[in-house]
Design a protein around this ligand. Structure first.
Ligand SMILES: *Cc1c(COP(=O)(O)O)cnc(C)c1O
Length: 426
């Protein structure tokens, strides 16, 4: 399959390539294990001398086909599916960080990732410094230390809907000899391909638009193959020095551009086991087949809702990158010329209590933790996903205490607006 096809074609056709007599549609390889003829064939797989399947914790043909589709969509060289978006970010970091290392991350990121970086990784001896993504290159550079191993940000932050200046972040990361990892969940490769702007590794919560129907929790890590690990070998011993758990094999020497994903598969999944189930990968693939149709509709509906809210006198503020006057409009024009995402944030006059009353009065839009699927849904981060954070931490994370996160679905937009209108009257 030619990975230079346009994104729409890749959504439908990339990944599974059946040979003669094989099923046209990606099958679910519902098998933990795979059979070999000789003991030596199997031994070669264990030594990473040959590629193939032996145990689904490491690789499975269904998962591999779906990962290959996402890699093609992002323009990367390899990808791995994980059990969740959280697992994707954790393994993306942990693949190149160990105790004593340091990460620099944008502050306005998904609450779960913030906790991962601020609390859980700290327990493993990995520290994180958070930076304002809109700060100058000098200010962000000041956060780097000799032991910094990566820079992280989200193309469009959840739930703040802030747009990342990917080129600026890439410049800063590369000036410090580390890769830029970008969580591209909200934009999806339909609206932005961070590799084209210098990002080195992309992560996804496939739970969101990629699945698109709120059926499966999942994640994905994609490698561009562009970062030169060997040029910074002292920083990345895990990739550039022999792995004692594989008879002294060195990933960069044995696998070249595939080193990063191969290590994530053969070392991290082997030892920590957070793979996606083949059943979920199958459903994710169905979602991916229509991603290019759904994403533009989400964007079109969200822009209409955002414009309506902007004119409404009960609304204190609306945040959506394409709106006139939005501070991210210029960055959105550059990085997201076809639209940003279906998620917008707004506040109502009267603050927190009014927000809760409004949400309870919605009929079509459901109150759910989820975001970014076919059905319109709504969430109040301060009372839900971010309730562990104080008001101060909320503001630091780009989440105003009165922020309502509204995830616009692909229903008829008139019905969505009518629902908001009736709820505002309550
Ligand atoms: C939801 C989300 C995650 C976490 O993904 P899960 O699949 O829920 O584990 C990470 N990053 C972003 C931007 C998200 O929206």
């Amino acid at each position: 399959m030619d990975n230079n096809f346009k994104r729409e074609t890749l959504c439908v056709q990339a990944g599974w390539q059946p040979k003669k007599g094989e099923p046209r549609v990606l099958p679910i390889y519902q098998s933990t294990t795979f059979k070999y003829e000789t003991s030596e064939q199997m031994a070669k797989l264990f030594d990473l001398e040959e590629s193939g399947y032996f145990y689904t914790r490491l690789q499975n043909p269904t998962n591999e086909a779906v990962a290959a589709k996402i890699a093609a969509l992002e323009g990367g060289v390899a990808a791995i599916l994980t059990s969740s978006g959280q697992a994707a970010n954790f393994f993306a970091f942990f693949n190149i960080c160990e105790a004593g290392d340091h990460i620099v991350s944008a502050t306005s990121i998904y609450g779960g990732t913030y906790n991962l970086l601020a609390v859980t990784l700290k327990k493993l001896g990995i520290e994180c410094t958070f930076v304002d993504q809109d700060a100058s290159e000098e200010e962000i550079s000041a956060a780097f230390r000799p032991n910094t191993k990566l820079l992280f940000g989200e193309t469009i932050s959840n739930p703040g809907v802030m747009v990342l200046d990917i080129e600026k972040f890439a410049r800063i990361a590369h000036a410090h000899g580390v890769p830029l990892i970008v969580d591209n969940t909200f934009a999806t490769p339909i609206n932005c391909r961070p590799f084209e702007w210098g990002a080195d590794i992309v992560t996804h919560s496939t739970t969101k638009y990629m699945d698109g129907h709120a059926t499966c929790v999942g994640g994905c890590i994609v490698d561009s193959g562009n970062f030169d690990w060997e040029a910074h070998a002292d920083k990345f011993p895990g990739l550039c020095q022999p792995d004692p758990s594989y008879h002294g094999l060195t990933y960069t020497k044995a696998f070249g551009k595939m080193a990063y994903i191969t290590k994530a598969t053969s070392q991290l999944m082997r030892d920590l086991g957070s793979i996606q189930s083949p059943q979920n990968a199958f459903l994710l693939n169905l979602g991916l087949e229509t991603l290019h149709l759904r994403v533009p509709r989400h964007c079109e509906n969200a822009l209409a809702v955002a414009r309506w809210l902007q004119k409404c006198d009960k609304v204190a503020w609306v945040h959506y990158p394409e709106l006139d006057g939005n501070p991210y409009q210029e960055l959105a024009k550059k990085y997201l010329p076809n639209g940003s995402c279906g998620v917008l944030a707004f506040g109502l006059k009267g603050g927190r209590d009014v927000a809760i009353k409004f949400m309870d009065s919605l009929k079509l839009a459901a109150i759910v933790t989820h975001v970014a699927d076919a059905r319109t849904c709504v969430l109040h981060p301060a009372s839900h996903t971010h309730r562990q954070l104080t008001d101060e931490q909320l503001i630091e994370a780009g989440v105003a205490p009165d922020l309502i996160r509204f995830s616009v679905g692909i229903e008829n937009v008139d019905d969505i607006i009518a629902d908001i209108e009736q709820a505002l009257k309550q």
